[in-house]
Structure formats: C-alpha cells, structure tokens
Ligand binder design. Structure first.
Ligand code: ATP
Length: 690
C-alpha cells in the first residue's frame, strides 16, 4: 500500500494548537509505519458520498481523515471531531475525466453562493470586461484545465467577484485557470497523462499529494506545516527545479511567484547528486541567512546546516575562495574609503562634479574592471549615458589609475577587485570548487559578479542556475550576460502563480511595470498572466494635504491592523530613503508600536513593527505593509534625478525607482497602504490612487 499526504492535511496540521499538532503527528507517523492501523480505531464517514473516507482517532477530540483504498492511503485532513467529519462529508476523491489527475473535489451544491459584484465597486479598468467571464467557455475548454465536471454550470453563471471566491473551492490547477480566464487571459491547457498512469502521479496531482518515503520525510513535512513549499510544488516549479539542463539556465517571474523556492529545491536536488557540492548564493548577507534557515526547514530543522550546500552572499562567496587560496581574508575598502582616496587624486579636475567622478569610478572603471586606458577608451559605458569623448577620458584616466594603485598599495580591494581576483584564480583551472552554482536575486548581479560565477562554475549543463526578476532590479544597470559568456537563451522560464500576494495587491503593483520586460540579450519575461491564489481587500493608495494628516492616517491604519488580529511583527513600514525614516518612526510611535529599524544585517523578528528603507524590503514578507512618504520629491528620488545627464539616464532612474516601489509593495501578503503628501509621487496614480 502506498502512503501519501495531501496538502490539505499539512495545512490543517498548521492550524492546530501545539498539543493537538503533536497528537496528529504521532498518529500520522503510526499510520505510515502500519497503514492497517492495528490498535487504531477507524470509522467510516457514513454521511460522505465517498465511501473511502475514514476517521482515525488521534486524541480525545482530534480526528485524522484518511482516504483508504486497497492500494493507497492518503492523509487528508485533521481537526476537532465534528469539523473533521464535516470536511469529509463535503468532499469526494475523483480522477478528472480529461486530465486524469487525482483531485479532492468539493461537492458543488454544498458550497454557499458568494454575493454578486456590487457595480459601484467595479474598478474603471475592469468595466469593459464581461460581467460573466466564463459564460462563453465550452465544457471542453474548461475541462482541459482540470475544472471538475460538477462545477461547470455554476462557474459559467458567476460574475468576476463570485469567480474570485468560488475559485478557492476548486483544485489548484482549475483555480489558477479560472482566475486567469476571469482576468481575460488564456491559460495553457494542462498535461494529459495516459489512461494507465497512476492518477496520483500526474503533475497536477503531485502538487497536492506527496508520496512519503520513510519517517524522516514525513517528519520534515510535519515539523513546519505552514511552510507548504517544502513539500508541495507547482508543476512548473517542480519542472524547473528538478531538471538537467544543457547550459546556464534562468527562472524568472514577478514577485512572490516562488523563484527562491525553486532555487532552494534545485540546490538541494543538485547537492544530492554523486559528488554534489553546491554553492547557493544571493545578493546580501541577510538574504543568505534566510536561505540557510529555509534549507534547514526543507530538511526538517531550521537550525540544521546542510553540509553539501554552501550558502553565501555574492561577496562572501568570493571572499571565502580568496581566503582559501591566500590564507588570509581580503581587506575590502568601504565606500567612504574609496571616495576619500578618489578625492585625493582629483586635484586639477574641475570640469566634473564629485558625484560624477564617484559614479564613473564605481560603475565604469571599477564596475567593469578596467585596468588600461585603451579599455576605458573602448568601453561602451553601459548605464552611463553622458557622452564623454576620447580627450576627456584621457584626462580622467590618471585619476582613476592613481585611485586603483593607492588601494593596491594599502592592501585594500573593492568588491569588484575581489571578484576579479577570484575570477583570475579559477578561469583557467579545470578543477572547480563546486559541482553546481545556484544564484538567487540574479537581477542584481553586476558584471564582476557574473564573471566570477562563470569562472568558478563547472563546465557542466547544470553548472549555473539563476533565479531573478528584472522588475526588481534596483542595484545594477542592465548589461548583456551573453557578452560575458553566459547565455541562458532557450533555457529561460517564467513562473506565473503568485503564492505570496493577494489578487488585489498583485494587480495593483503590476500596474507599476510594463506587461513584459526584456533583458539586453532580448530575452523577454511576460509579467501579465500571473495569478494569485487568494483574495483580500483592495490596496489603499492615499494622498494627503500635509505630513501631519498622513501620519495620523497611517497610524490609524496600523492600529486597525492590530485590532484585526495582525501581529506587530507581521507589519512592515517602508519609506524611500533614510531622510524619511523619522516620519515612519513618528507614525509608529504615535500608534504605540515598538520599532525594529531594519539594517543590512537582517531581521530580529521580535514583537516589533519593521521599519526600513525600500532597498531593505527585498526578500522580506509581511501580512500588512504600509509604504509612506511617497511624495513627489521622494519617488523618483530628487537627488538622483538631479544627477541624470540625459534622457536615457533619466529613464533608467525612473525604472529603478519604480522597481523599488514595486519591491516594497509586493512584500505585502494581505494588506497594503501606500501614502504620500501632495504633490505626491506620480507612481501613486499608476498604483491606482484615490
Ligand atoms: N509551491 C508553493 N506552495 C506554497 N507556498 C509557496 C510555494 N512556492 C512559493 N510559496 C510561498 O510564496 C512566497 C513567495 O515565494 P518566494 O520567496 O520563493 O518567491 P519569489 O518569486 O522569490 O519572490 P520575490 O521575487 O519577491 O523575492 C513565500 O512565502 C513562499 O513560501
């Protein structure tokens, strides 16, 4: 007899109190050891239409619901006695007639009809859409998406609001398709399995049923039942994570579509191959700490280190290899050190501002690792659109060369110099330090980092894997990966199911960005067509006459979150930059919150509201997010605009500023408030301000 757990079981375990959870886990482990359940009392759920549903006693009041046939036992649900029985009475197991995937189907007539859409609440941009989005879909069309036959008629009669509600009662593949159809998209039909295949092995069944092989695997799934991603993947996540590639590959997708989850699964999978030793790298140290913890969770204990996966930030990964080779750590020059040294060498240079010289050094000379005047004369200065000709470059070169030499004399290096040094160590070497490299937040890789990873990656189809979203690029100028020898053409894919953010928040945040984004190698990632799996209140986007009015409103909103049961540590409050942090602190104080000011070293997650600049929102997640002080001068940031030298430069600043707001807004799972004082940021109009 095969033994499976369903996602509904894991979700239900997460809702139990500690003691009941323990009892449920023990009973589950007993059943796995002995599916016949000797000594356990099984009771058939008489009122269920599905005669294979049984209850199993876990404690005085807690019952497990299992689905038992001759060849298979599935752990389906757990709850207090009456609720557990009611759950089973409302459901049946069915093999879908078209897709052949095994589904747990809610009995349609037992699902209450949600209220019809109030016409006054239909946003202007949806007013053109049909009132009954599925009215003209044929049976055949809906069946190919895995919609259970019993639901066809009901869905056709539903308006958009009703569909958003009813979809949550459908199996996930049908839910996603119905939500896509409701917003005017045409989803891809699902994979159809041959008749004789096991319906529980169908890719769409695998996202809700998982064979568990052995006690450890079941324990790992039940130790962190709220982290569903460790066990149940979307078929596309599974396909991209567990696949052999023939060269560098990349997974994209908008915020919250599970790119990090794919990177984690892939790292774990590759590390399990013979001789597997994987580097899992990400943009910053706090993000690396978060990845380490998640990797532990996948293995059943967040504190467990997985020895075959080395997790490190981009720069720490390079520093570790440098140290290994030289027997000492690199001495990295801070930004202030570099600026001071640069300033010492700029005597006589009057035609250029300090800001220009610094960014020219950082983004061009150091960023592209230029060591010779000839290289500087030739470089296209990607990301720097101010045209400076041969003569000007010749005049400037001695400044930059002297800066570099001073750093070297003092035994210091910039991060780019560190990447370059390690790149040089490994470029020609056949022996590489890792069997594969998986990189998260890849949109913020710069040329030195990319060259470094390419140099240390083995020459193997699975050597390099990237996860990232161009729409969240906030630290780097775009550049061609192909020109640096990393070609992901033909091995690039996009995830389209958003697991983090409510439908309403995602839709609003998406309006900040174009429908599709292309990188400089012409690879396009579509952003439309993404669906969220749950509903929530529409985000509020508000403009105020004064900072005082704004502060009062944000404080009120924060207090309301608390009253509605959202815990303090589940709330994030973001502003564009440090100068605006006092405004956020003032609001939190007025609302009576303790505050944790985010720093580059990660979250403490005490009983405090997290406050920070938008750059530090990356990688975080909150139930409720307020983004405040989005005034005209803040977004795009006036000081950046003043540095722009031409139209193209300006475009790029606008893009990254939009990306920043997008990153901040998409940290919200359920509630989002975005505010500014008049004149407010023009981006608020895109989000849909009132
Ligand atoms: N298959 C899944 N089942 C359940 N939850 C999932 C699944 N995949 C991802 N999630 C959840 O969705 C959220 C977003 O996932 P993740 O951080 O991997 O997305 P991302 O695309 O990397 O986001 P971002 O671009 O914003 O960093 C997380 O809370 C994660 O646990």
């Amino acid at each position: 007899m095969t033994f499976l757990i369903a996602d509904t079981f894991v979700k239900a375990v997460a809702r139990l109190d500690n003691q009941s959870r323990k009892a449920a886990k023990l009973t589950a482990l007993d059943l796995q050891m002995d599916p016949a359940g000797k000594g356990k009392s099984f009771h058939r759920i008489d009122k269920s239409r599905d005669e294979n549903f049984w209850s199993v006693r876990a404690s005085r009041d807690i019952r497990l619901i299992v689905h038992k046939t001759g060849e298979r036992m599935v752990l389906c649900y757990v709850d207090h006695h009456d609720e557990a029985y009611a759950w089973a009475e409302r459901r049946v197991f069915e093999t879908h007639p078209t897709t052949r995937a095994l589904q747990i189907v809610e009995i349609e007539e037992r699902v209450e009809q949600p209220p019809a859409q109030d016409p006054a609440t239909i946003p202007d941009h949806l007013i053109q859409q049909p009132v009954l989005p599925l009215a003209n879909c044929t049976d055949e069309a809906l069946l190919q998406y895995g919609v259970p036959p019993s639901w066809l008629a009901r869905l056709r009669k539903a308006d958009t609001d009703q569909l958003l509600d009813l979809a949550s009662h459908l199996p996930q593949e049908a839910q996603e398709a119905v939500l896509s159809l409701a917003i005017g998209e045409t989803p891809e039909p699902l994979a159809v399995e041959p008749e004789e295949a096991d319906e529980a092995l169908h890719p769409d069944a695998q996202r809700r049923f998982r064979f568990v092989d052995g006690k450890e695997e079941l324990e790992a799934a039940l130790n962190y039942p709220w982290d569903q991603w460790t066990v149940f993947l979307h078929p596309s996540q599974h396909a991209y994570a567990y696949r052999d590639y023939s060269g560098p590959a990349r997974v994209g997708g908008s915020a919250g579509t599970g790119k990090t989850v794919v990177a984690l699964h892939r790292a774990k999978w590759l590390s399990g191959k013979p001789g597997g030793k994987v580097l899992l790298s990400t943009f910053s140290r706090p993000l690396a700490v978060a990845l380490t913890r998640k990797l532990g969770i996948m293995n059943g204990d967040e504190k467990r280190i997985v020895p075959t996966v080395h997790v490190a930030s981009f720069v720490d990964a390079a520093a570790a290899l440098y140290t290994l080779h030289h027997g000492r750590e690199p001495y990295l020059a801070r930004e202030a050190d570099q600026k001071r040294i640069l300033a010492r060498h700029t005597d006589g240079i009057t035609a250029y501002s300090e800001a220009f010289l610094w960014t020219e050094w950082r983004d061009v000379i150091d960023g592209w690792q230029l060591h010779r005047l000839e290289d500087y004369l030739e470089v296209s200065r990607t990301g720097r659109r101010s045209r400076i000709g041969k003569k000007q470059r010749e005049d400037l070169w001695p400044v930059f060369e002297a800066t570099r030499q001073t750093l070297i004399q003092r035994g210091m290096m910039t991060e780019a110099m560190l990447f370059e040094a390690v790149t040089a160590l490994y470029t020609e070497k056949k022996e590489k330090p890792y069997s594969a490299i998986v990189i998260d937040e890849a949109q913020d890789l710069g040329p030195p980092e990319l060259r470094f990873f390419a140099a240390i990656a083995p020459d193997d189809g699975n050597g390099l894997y990237f996860a990232g979203d161009l729409g969240q690029q906030i630290f780097q100028h775009p550049f061609s990966w192909k020109q640096l020898g990393v070609n992901v053409q033909g091995r690039s894919s996009t995830l389209t199911v958003n697991y983090r953010t409510s439908h309403q928040i995602r839709q609003s945040a998406d309006r900040l960005l174009p429908e599709a984004l292309s990188d400089l190698d012409g690879i396009t990632s579509r952003r439309r067509g993404t669906v969220s799996l749950f509903n929530g209140p529409s985000p509020q986007v508000l403009k105020f006459a004064s900072e005082g009015d704004e502060a009062e409103a944000v404080a009120g909103w924060l207090k309301q979150c608390l009253e509605d049961g959202i815990e303090t540590h589940e709330i994030g409050l973001f502003v564009r930059d440090r100068d605006r942090l006092p405004r956020a602190r003032g609001v939190a104080a007025a609302a009576g919150f303790d505050v944790e000011t985010l720093s580059g070293s990660g979250r403490d997650a005490g009983d405090q509201i997290a406050i920070g600049v938008m750059h530090l929102a990356k990688g975080l997640e909150f139930k409720a997010v307020a983004v405040m002080a989005c005034d005209e001068e803040a977004l795009p940031l006036q000081s950046r605009i003043e540095q722009a030298v031409d139209e193209k430069d300006l475009d790029e600043i606008y893009d990254t500023e939009r990306h920043l707001l997008y990153v901040a807004c998409t940290r919200a799972r359920e509630r989002l408030l975005v505010t500014g004082t008049r004149p407010a940021s023009e981006f608020l109009d895109d989000l849909g301000s009132s």
